[in-house]
Design a protein around this ligand. Structure first.
Ligand code: PMP
Length: 414
């Protein structure tokens, strides 16, 4: 007999399971629109050129300390640059007066990428402010469910997506939060490029979300997994967070990932930023950091250093940073052109339905609008793999397969 015979059955993680089925499939024209990773026009992974150069430079420097432990907080220079990317403090040339820039309101710690930042943020808030509920968008990145369940906070959903317009469901979201949320509840928000729908709030709508957070005393929790990857412009993709920051009085957290915008998926590079209100800033930052370090020390001591060193080198160097922006442009432009190509193919085929949302939505993913039955049919008949919600990863499309995919969608739509 084993101690482990009565373990509860855990459902398999869908994106990784779909990917495994795709790999097993031997059909030559198979297409993988499941997993959210960038692929080139040939369907290959793409190490960013600037990342490859930074890796070579790190190796060539032959620093004998390069595999030593970091501090529990992580690489502090990396964290300064990471915070600068989010909040735009201009700390690349640091302003001596941190109070003036607002930098003293932000407490940052290095994490095991965006997932680790979400998890650490959930643990930190749960233990220290005892939220009644966490509000997550319906639908959302499925791991939000797991993360908040592990933290033990009751989950509630707000109606994020309007499937008839393919847009963010602003009115109903506000209505739900106004009538049903309570003080100290947490509000999970995708800062840009909402996963899985690709539908984002407009700037006016962000103002409304900010108002409701203030009105109801909610704690916004920004998940920032696609800064610069969505539009190619880091400022534009980070706008909502900076807007909330400028507000001064509101306290919130940001889970930042460098998986997509640096193509460092397996390196696990990220940060958690806890923002306190301007009036409290000086008083609480040390205690916040001590608590975050305590949680990290008991879990895994510190985040890994290799990937963070690459990001630090790139963000901290004017020339490399400019080249990173070019690489971001390469990725986001290809994604946008594939959205357009898919849209045009579907329109040319006269596929029943309105496909405008494919070009209106942004980032890696789109809710293409297929039912679960159609998703299984397209996999069976055409070997096109996507999540059962009908989420497709646009980066799996390329000039060679986009017509084939459009024809497959057309087939299951008729
Ligand atoms: N949040 C969202 C919304 C995501 O889409 C992802 C990546 N799939 C993540 C967080 C975290 O990714 P990682 O842990 O690789 O940074």
């Amino acid at each position: 007999p084993s101690h482990f015979t009565n373990l509860p059955q855990i459902p398999t993680d869908e994106p990784f399971a779909v990917n495994a089925s795709y790999i097993k499939d031997t059909y030559p024209k198979k297409v993988n629109l499941g997993i959210g990773v960038y692929r080139t026009n040939k369907g290959d992974p793409w190490p960013l050129r600037v990342v490859e150069d930074a890796e070579k430079a790190i190796y060539n420097a032959q620093d004998i300390s390069r595999h030593e432990y970091l501090s529990i907080q992580g690489d502090r220079e990396f964290l300064r640059l990471a915070a600068d990317l989010v909040f735009d403090f201009n700390s690349v040339q640091p302003c001596a007066d941190t109070t003036q820039s607002g930098l003293d309101r932000v407490t940052s710690i290095q994490t095991v990428s965006g997932t680790g930042a979400n998890r650490l943020g959930a643990e930190f808030l749960t233990r220290n402010i005892s939220p009644g509920n966490v509000w997550i968008p319906a639908p959302t990145w499925a791991n939000h469910h797991t993360i908040w369940d592990l933290a033990g906070v009751p989950r509630k959903e707000y109606p994020y997506y309007n499937s008839s317009t393919g847009e963010f469901n602003y009115e109903e979201t506000l209505q739900t939060l106004r009538t049903s949320s309570s003080k100290n509840d947490i509000l999970v928000l995708h800062a840009c490029a909402h996963n899985p729908t690709g539908a984002d709030p407009s700037r006016e709508q962000w103002e409304g979300i900010l108002d409701v957070c203030k009105e109801k005393g909610l704690i916004p929790f920004f998940d920032l997994a696609y800064q610069g990857f969505a539009s190619g412009n880091v400022g534009k993709d980070g706008w909502a967070i900076r807007r909330f920051f400028e507000e001064g009085g509101i306290e919130f957290v940001v889970a930042q990932s460098f998986s997509k915008n640096f193509g460092l998926y397996g390196q696990r590079v990220g940060a958690l930023h806890v923002v306190s209100s301007s009036s409290a800033a000086q008083g609480v930052s040390d205690d916040i950091l001590a608590m975050l370090c305590h949680l990290v020390r008991g879990e895994y001591s510190m985040a890994p250093r290799g990937g963070a060193e690459i990001v630090r080198r790139v963000l901290g160097n004017k020339e490399l940073r400019a080249r990173w922006v070019e690489d971001l442009d390469t990725m986001s432009t290809r994604i946008l052109s594939m959205r357009k190509a898919l849209f045009e193919e579907l329109v040319a085929l006269g596929t029943p339905g309105d496909w405008g949302h494919v070009v209106k939505q942004i980032g890696m993913f789109t809710y293409v609008g297929l039912s679960e039955t159609q998703v299984f049919a397209i996999r069976e008949r055409h070997h096109v793999y996507m999540l059962k919600s009908g989420r497709i990863s646009i980066s799996g499309l390329n000039e060679t397969n986009v017509r084939y995919v459009a024809m497959a969608i057309d087939d299951v739509e008729r």
